[in-house]
Design a protein around this ligand. Structure first.
Ligand SMILES: [Mg+2]
Length: 175
């Protein structure tokens, strides 16, 4: 069943709603963070206080954090520096290439990794293909760059399929 590749393990409104015990109970050692519309709007160059507090909380609990984005080096490196985390740009999510690099760089196994992101077709599909734990959030703002707008059209179809299969309903978040 193809829909399983688009099904997140957890569906939240925002990264701020993530209970770290949920990660810890699953023995997650690394959280791969999407940037645009997950941690920040695409026109916010650096992390806000909420994102900074969230990443600090991860680190305090012994969970590594990296940012991984399909966006360009300038965008991703500047944002990552505001969080003091490693970064991966031009990631070509949902392809496996950059996720594999993260595994090599950290020495972790796929089951020790989780991803959090706002897009079914990149973050969730990519994470599920790698057998990572996947966490879907709602886009922070509706402003999107042009490519992502196109992506959202296809994504809407997937949301419809997930709703029809009673897997996930937009806006009905997990606890
Ligand atoms: Mg995003």
């Amino acid at each position: 069943m193809l829909l399983k590749y688009f099904t997140p393990a957890l569906y939240l409104k925002s990264f701020e709603d993530l209970d770290l015990n949920w990660l810890i109970s699953r023995k997650i050692r690394l959280l791969i963070l999407d940037i645009d519309n997950t941690l920040a709007a695409h026109d916010e160059q650096t992390a806000g206080v909420q994102a900074q507090a969230f990443v600090q909380k991860l680190k305090d609990h012994g969970i590594q954090a990296v940012v991984m984005s399909n966006n360009n080096k300038d965008r991703v490196s500047l944002f990552a520096s505001s969080l003091d985390v490693p970064y991966y740009y031009f990631s070509t999510k949902p392809l496996k290439r950059m996720y594999k690099k993260v595994l090599r760089d950290t020495g972790l196994q796929p089951e020790q990794c989780a991803v959090i992101g706002d897009q079914l077709l990149t973050d969730i599909l990519g994470g599920n293909r790698m057998h990572f734990v996947t966490i879907l959030t709602t886009p922070l703002v509706s402003r999107d760059i042009t490519w992502t707008k196109l992506n959202r059209l296809a994504e809407n179809q997937v949301y419809r399929c997930l709703e029809q299969a009673e897997i996930l309903k937009r806006g009905e978040y997990d606890e």
